[in-house]
Write a protein that binds this ligand. Sequence first.
Ligand code: CP
Length: 352
Amino acid sequence: MSAPRTLLGFPDWEPAALLDLVDLARDLKGGLARGHLGGRVVVLYFANPSLRTRASVEAACARLGATAVVLDAGAGGVWGLEHRDGVVMDGTAAEHVKEAARVLSRYGDAIGVRAFAGLKDWGEDRTEPLLSAFARHATVPVFSLEGSARHPLQGLADAQTILERLPDPRGQRLVLTWAPHFKPLPMAVPNSVVEAGALLGMNVVVARPDAMALDPEVLAAADALARARGGSVRETSDRQAALEGARVVYAKSWGALRHYGDWEAEKPLRAQENPRWVVRAADLERGDDPFFMHCLPVRRNLKVEDAVLDGPRSAVIQQAENRLWTAQAVLLRLLDGGVSRQGREPEGTLIA
Ligand code: CP
């Protein structure tokens, strides 16, 4: 199976290819497969901070014998990048992606980019403007380290975690619950969680205040994917009812689409909803022996009680560990790396 050249989000890849990534990640974790990317170079461009993504992809490169070149934008780092075509570059961005992507393609065999949502215009953010510009102009594979609309590396690690705990997740209920925060956060992770649940054929229920509905087009596409695989996707504002029968409870905060870019108008709404939506240990007791997920970082006792994060139902450290294995799988497939599996012919390019 040959992989596409870019990974900006799950919709770029066929479901079978995404499940192959998770399968490979599980085999790497279980010692049933070994990957080889010796001599390759992976450039990682971070326009925003990171702990897990940065450390896991760098560690993945090290484990595969590749070298990661990490570039941080901002003060003391690399130039800020312009992605729009035809503009007069008289702002803060000193370099255009047209040059940066082509230059970095001469140095590296793949380019990872972290570029969060601008949170001004969802119509623009949903197109992954910086990542898409990198994908257009680079001559090597480009992959997302979290974009403005999706976080595919997180979605893959989440799918791996769910499969480790629920070997047959089809038709099982995954509740993605909105959680409080004092500021609006992007929708990249919630969109990817919904898509990961759909990929696994789960019944995904997004529980959120009425004003916090996710993008209907993202949900409709995920619902179509889920239905083809024995599941469904729907939204509700009744979190207590949604939690009945939940096997997975995933917490995340995001901003209100209807106030996107007008966050002062969202403030009173957020203040009103916040106290009701903290995830507490008692909420999990409504489910069917569920486990708890969060992508991290998490603000303890603002979004989620200590008792949940420190309790026996928490899967958050397992999720974070799986970022390491899924990152290796993505790099191996994007770069046609060598994979040796017990009892099978070697795949890809075995480089000494
Ligand atoms: N979950 C996640 O992407 O973590 P970081 O923002 O720390 O990379």
